[in-house]
Ligand binder design. Structure first.
Ligand SMILES: *Cc1c(COP(=O)(O)O)cnc(C)c1O
Length: 385
């Protein structure tokens, strides 16, 4: 029963402001249609200032950013890298690009992000076997920061650098600091469904300016300074284009408005659905301010037999896009062979989240009327399931 009358409500569509077109037009007028130009430098400076980082490098995607950060840390074939299991595959794939092996770490039920308990067990065992990881990739999901002080203490104790995958958490704060600025490197993504977008793109931030210089060089085919093409090490075509940086500059101006809108959407869902015993919203940690990039909840099996797939199909029939929560990496055929540390010896939190969880439409341009329609449908769904 597909309803063609109503316009589709997307999960997290782009939301363009007033300045993006002006910056893109400038790029056209000055013929800076290349992975070089003034918007790139300005976008880097403006994002570094926004996050309170010493420097930033604009690149073609968040995935490219994680890859370059791993290389800057010196991750090579045969090394191991710890990574959150409950995440999008882009967090882990760059580990394989470097020929290293991932070890996956479960989530904490209080934050849905990396479990410090599981991380501690993994570090103790790796240390005993003389196989400490070269890096830990900590992911901040759905606009909520991981518990960085607990994770950071453990990593400092074992002398392992942290890469923060902040693709989903630009605008989030942790104890007053911007998400992505706690570790050695932080990575943001500007792909089409992120809180701000350049259609495709990413940024690496760090206080290690020397490493950022190397990263900038690697992102443009590792050209040496010379009048001819001179290469001593391998590079990539990973630089952001000047046109997309123009879009990014416009988007950055409205980021705080986008954050406010997403928070309001979450609060409205939570308020209007608080009477439902069958669902439980993503917990909010007290140490920071989440953006609620996506509003997520889990279905409680003790209260209903409804499954996430039933829910998603029902909403699809009404032209509303909803999604399952991430399928953990340790359950993916690609990654099943690698080590995994669950939250406690006999409880895997991310397995449960995947089995029971749903993301709701959360775009900053979601109208109050459309959100009302979604809320009404959620009520209906759980009244009959
Ligand atoms: C979106 C996302 C990425 C990848 O970003 P791209 O810019 O699409 O390469 C990485 N990690 C997480 C958790 C993401 O959600």
């Amino acid at each position: 029963m597909m309803n063609h009358q109503t316009k589709r409500i997307y999960l997290s569509p782009p939301h363009i402001g007033n300045l993006e077109m002006k910056y893109v037009r400038e790029a056209f007028q000055n013929n800076w249609i290349a992975p070089v130009g003034p918007h790139i430098t300005l976008f880097e400076q403006e994002l570094a200032a926004y996050t309170g980082s010493k420097g930033a490098v604009a690149i073609s995607s968040g995935t490219a950013g994680i890859h370059l950060a791993l290389r800057a840390i010196g991750v090579q074939a045969g090394d191991s890298v710890f990574c959150s299991s409950f995440t999008f595959v882009a967090s882990a794939n760059p580990i394989l690009y470097q020929g290293a092996s991932p070890v996956f770490i479960d989530s904490d039920p209080a934050t849905w992000n990396m479990s410090p308990k599981a991380l501690e067990r993994a570090l103790i065992e790796a240390d005993q076997e003389g196989k400490l990881p070269k890096a830990v990739i900590v992911v901040h999901l759905y606009g909520q920061n991981a518990d960085m002080e607990r994770i950071g203490r453990l990593c400092t104790q074992y002398n392992v650098p942290i890469i923060e995958d902040a693709a989903e958490s630009l605008g989030t704060t942790y104890k007053g600091h911007a998400s992505g600025t706690y570790g050695h490197f932080g990575i943001y993504s500007f792909n089409g469904n992120k809180i701000i977008t350049t259609s495709n793109g990413g940024m690496i931030v760090s206080d290690d300016l020397e490493a950022l210089e190397k990263i900038r060089k690697w992102s443009t085919q590792a050209k040496e300074k010379a009048n001819h093409y001179q290469h001593t090490e391998v590079g990539y075509n990973y630089r952001m284009s000047n046109i997309l940086a123009g879009i990014g500059r416009g988007q950055l101006r409205v980021l705080d408005q986008r954050v406010k809108a997403r928070r309001k959407i979450f609060e409205t869902y939570q308020k209007e659905l608080s009477h439902l015993d069958a669902i439980s919203f993503m917990p909010v940690a007290t140490y920071g301010e989440p953006t609620h990039w996506l509003s997520c909840f889990t279905i409680k099996p003790e209260h209903t037999q409804a499954t996430p797939d039933q829910f998603i199909n029902e909403f699809e029939n009404h032209n509303i896009e909803t999604r399952r929560l991430w399928k953990p990496m340790h359950l993916q055929p690609l990654y099943r062979q690698y080590l995994y540390y669950s939250h406690t010896e006999n409880k895997s939190v991310s397995d449960e989240l995947f089995k029971q969880g749903i993301c709701l439409p959360s775009g900053s341009n979601l109208s109050a009327k459309d959100q009302k329609r979604i809320i009404k449908m959620i009520n209906q769904f759980f009244s009959i399931h």
